[in-house]
Structures are given as C-alpha cells and as structure tokens.
Design a protein around this ligand. Structure first.
Ligand code: B16
Ligand code: MG
Length: 217
C-alpha cells in the first residue's frame, strides 16, 4: 500500500507561534489591552480570522467590518516582518532527518496547515523542495477539526486517506487527522494531545525505525 506523510507547519516544522504572538500582542496593545502568552495558546492551529475574533472578545472590542478587515491586514503585515528574517536555524530539531528519510524512501510528503503563509515560510527555512504538495489556509474552507485540509492533501498526493500519517501539535489538528481516518501523531504534550494514536514530545524522540514501521504497516 502506498503511504503518504502529512505535516502541520506551526509547532511541528517551525515555531511560528512566537511570531504570531508578537504580532497579535502589538495589535492588542494598540487597542488598549493585554494579550498573554497563555491566551496565545488558544490561537494554535486556528485560522487568522478566528484568532482576530477571539482577540477582540478578549479585549471586549466591537469592530466594524472595515476595522476587522484592516486589523487582519495589519496583523499579517507585522507577522510577515518576522517571517522575513527566518532561516534554517528555526527548523525544529530532527525535522530534516525525518523528511530526508521519507524522501530517500520515495514517500510522498504534504503540508497540511491553517496558515496562508505556509509556502513562503517553507521557502525561507529551505524545506520547500521536500514537499510534493502544500495544502494550507488558501485552499480550504473548513478549519480543523474538520478533516478537509488532510483529505485534500491525501488526494493531491494520490494516496488513500487511511494510508496517510499526520504530524500535528494542536488538539483540533489531531481530531482532524482522526476524522480523516489517518494515523495521527501528536507532537508536544501527550496529556493535551491524548487523542493521538502516537505521541512524541518532538522529532528527536522519533527513530527512523519507527518511521519505517509506519511506512510498512
Ligand atoms: P496565518 P498551523 C496556524 O498554523 C497557526 O498555528 C495559527 O496560530 C495561525 O493563526 C494559523 O496558522 C493561520 O496563520 O495568519 O499565517 O494564515 O499550525 O495550522 O500550521
Ligand atoms: Mg500547528
């Protein structure tokens, strides 16, 4: 059976959450309220639009459609300034080792992310050539936990959904992978990601023999 591997971006390949946080925090300050790192946890794996809705709820801010659209743009412009400076040093440990192993074994690889900035980020850190396809916030209408992003990735890889493996750091992402009937691998806190089929703190815990088992299963 042909296998496919799908990677989430933020929290799996790179830690862009810290840059999202700085950009959201700047907007919150401009609007006159605090936005904490703990509150930023709610934003992981969540679309930009939904993040802004949550942020405005936190600050008790009522926005006109025009203001909402404007803040969506300014937040992204601030975020892109951080992304601009990213390089390979920001790749999370041992991610290239796993991508390289898959490539050596001719296993197709997809990105399945909520971000609309996924492609430039992969380019910046030099990992774009590993990916056979990218499915991100520009291609889907339904956010995780809906399986749309992963089902589309499987389709574009030409692999049956049940033969796909997904690496995810967000609860909604693990739920989306499970809903797609894929093998879900939680990257991060196993108490939070308890719905995942397998759990690892990060890629340094994942051996190539484990990857080989997933390929052969
Ligand atoms: P953008 P992932 C998600 O990435 C982030 O975790 C989330 O915080 C962000 O709001 C979302 O991408 C959208 O990002 O503003 O760049 O379109 O984990 O799905 O790779
Ligand atoms: Mg993520």
């Amino acid at each position: 059976m042909k296998k496919g591997f799908i990677f989430d971006l933020d929290g799996v390949i790179v830690d862009t959450a810290k840059y999202h946080y700085l950009a959201w925090q700047k907007l919150a300050h401009e609007l006159g309220f605090e936005f904490t790192k703990q509150q930023n946890e709610l934003f992981k794996g969540v679309s930009r639009k939904r993040c802004l809705e949550i942020l405005l709820d936190i600050g008790n801010v009522n926005a006109t459609q025009q203001q909402f659209d404007h803040w969506m743009i300014t937040k992204n412009e601030d975020y892109l300034e951080y992304i601009e400076k990213m390089d390979a040093s920001e790749i999370l440990p041992d991610v290239p080792k796993v991508l390289e192993y898959l490539k050596q074994n001719d296993i197709p690889i997809a990105l399945g992310s909520a971000s609309k900035n996924a492609q430039p980020i992969l380019e910046k850190v030099g990992l774009l050539p590993y990916f056979n396809t990218i499915v991100d916030g520009n291609n889907v209408t339904k956010a995780k936990p809906d399986p749309e992003v992963f089902l589309l990735a499987a389709k574009q890889l030409g692999v049956n959904a049940s033969n796909c493996v997904v690496f995810e750091d967000a609860v909604a992402g693990v739920q989306a992978a499970n809903a797609a009937k894929m093998v879900s691998i939680g990257i991060g806190d196993d108490n939070i990601l308890s719905e995942a089929k397998f759990n690892f703190a990060d890629f340094t815990e994942i051996s190539t023999s484990f990857i080989q088992q997933l390929i052969e299963k």
